[in-house]
Design a protein around this ligand. Structure first.
Ligand SMILES: [Zn+2]
Length: 505
């Protein structure tokens, strides 16, 4: 080794724990609602009292297989339950019911965006040219969550308390292959994973409440004297924000680099480590040596029968998994020709926003105008009021009606925005009523005809200029038309005058 310059590759695998959006726990009927008073959502089953028997929650199987289908996994026709034994205060049974050798889903993948061929911006690239990196998924298995220990949370009292409301809540643990090669990629993977789970109703994806958390396995493959050596793998536990995933990996890469330079130790010379992320100090901290698999003494759970999923059930899971973010991206970009960047803003707003947009188009609005209004007026309203699209007071058919009246020349954009304000104030009004309320009266055809004839006879110079090939000169007439009749549509004036001049020559 010479100096501090190292040639290396970062190797990352993520284990993402997704809390499933079931109403009740995995093996009992206790509710899973977040934020209830401690130990109010518990029963003999999730407390692990002797003699209490678990009963499987079918909804957890439905959500897990739907998630697996969305991640292109094989869904098992036969899956079973195993006990993972360890002792920890937040695990009242002394074991966690999990899945060891026969997980419900295996061998899938998730694609993450990584730019376009020959460029670094994916904004305007068609889907076909955008490069995606495929992250393989090894397996996804169901397991129950543990409870929560709270240390020193009461002023002046150095005690520890336990809240078992979360114990027994269903988790899907999704294990990737070590295909991620930067902190940014890990963050992108996690972001897309969350989006898929929320789009499909598998999880609420609420990271502040711990509905999605990750463990990251990180090490470096370093080139030394023509061969590649690997640093010991470090597992960073319980990363519960996108930012934490990114920062913890960045920190760990630097730490492993300097550790390697200092000691030269490689994989095999140091056991796998478990480290925790300290968000305040911005560093990973050694927790304990990683238990070997055998330490958990897995064995099949004698209280639960295996689960058999027939072909029809697995087909239904695949159908339920159809509405992924990728499906909607293709709709927006390929079918409706939105710019990729605009489509992504809409996609990140959630499935309901995308459905709202598609409903505008289904009701006759043009794709371009609908996206401009969604991304400006509607988003601004939602942000200002702090509400979701489901709470937006105007339904798609009514807004589409308003947008169509711009296309038809009935109103211009600024008039339509005034009409929108009126619609927000008067929920029972139609788009037409809000336009009428602005005092915009449709000028009938014969009136326009007379007006244009008058303008042409009063402005022979304009007529001559147009005849000489300067069509833009007709704009002078538009201003005059507005003065004579404020409801005259500029576009109609322009078209009609040009037509009349053409007929005369
Ligand atoms: Zn219970």
């Amino acid at each position: 080794m010479n100096g501090t310059s190292l040639q290396y590759r970062i190797v990352i695998g993520l284990e993402v724990h997704v809390q499933l959006a079931t109403e009740t726990k995995l093996f009992c009927r206790c509710r899973t609602e977040f934020g209830q008073p401690p130990n109010t959502q518990v029963c003999p089953v999730c407390l692990g009292l002797p003699g209490a028997l678990p009963v499987l929650n079918e909804q957890a199987i439905a959500l897990a297989s739907r998630a697996g289908a969305a991640l292109h996994c094989e869904i098992a026709s036969f899956t079973k339950w195993d006990r993972k034994n360890y002792f920890y205060p937040d695990l009242p049974k002394g074991y966690q019911t999990s899945q060891y050798d026969l997980p419900i889903c295996a061998n899938g993948y998730l694609d993450i965006p990584v730019g376009i061929e020959g460029g670094d911006s994916i904004d305007d690239a068609p889907v076909s040219q955008r490069m995606r990196k495929r992250i393989r998924i090894l397996r996804a298995h169901l397991e129950e969550d543990a409870g929560k220990s709270m240390h020193d949370e009461h002023a002046g009292r150095a005690d520890s308390r336990i809240d078992l409301n979360r114990a027994g809540t269903p988790l899907l643990e999704i294990v990737s292959e070590p295909d991620l090669s930067s902190a940014a990629e890990a963050k992108d993977y996690m972001t897309e994973m969350r989006l898929i789970m929320v789009y499909l109703g598998v999880s609420d994806g609420n990271m502040q409440e711990g509905s999605l958390r990750a463990d990251a396995n990180v090490n470096l493959h370093i080139d030394r004297d023509g061969t590649t050596v690997a640093t010991p793998i470090v597992e960073i536990k319980n990363l519960n924000s996108f930012r934490a995933v990114e920062r913890a990996i960045e920190f760990e890469v630097e730490r492993q680099k300097s550790e390697f330079l200092r000691t030269g130790l490689t994989k095999g010379q140091v056991p796998k480590q478990t480290r925790g992320w300290n968000d305040v100090l911005g560093q990973t901290e050694l927790q304990r040596e990683k238990e070997e698999v055998s330490d958990y003494r897995y064995f099949p759970c004698p209280d639960l029968v295996p689960v058999i999923l027939d072909e029809a059930y697995r087909d239904r899971a695949r159908q339920d998994a159809a509405g992924t973010p990728t499906y909607y991206r293709d709709q927006l970009i390929e079918t409706h020709q939105l710019r990729a960047a605009d489509a992504e803003v809409l996609i990140q707003q959630g499935r309901d926003s995308v459905e709202y947009y598609l409903a505008l188009i289904a009701n006759g609005a043009t794709a371009k105008r609908a996206s401009a209004w969604m991304l400006q007026d509607i988003l601004r309203y939602l942000n200002d009021k702090g509400v979701s699209i489901g709470e937006y007071p105007i339904q798609p058919p009514k807004l589409a009606q308003l947008l169509k009246s711009i296309d038809g020349g009935r109103v211009d954009t600024s008039q339509a925005k005034q009409a929108l304000t009126l619609l927000l104030e008067h929920s029972d009004w139609t788009a037409e009523q809000s336009i009428d309320a602005l005092g915009i009266v449709r000028v009938d055809d014969s009136e326009m005809d007379t007006l244009c004839d008058l303008l042409l006879s009063e402005n022979p110079d304009v007529v001559e200029k147009v005849k000489a090939g300067n069509a833009k000169a007709v704009a002078a007439l538009v201003g005059q038309a507005k003065k004579r009749n404020r409801n005259a549509d500029p576009r109609v004036v322009q078209e009609l005058c040009l037509k009349k001049i053409a007929e005369r020559s």
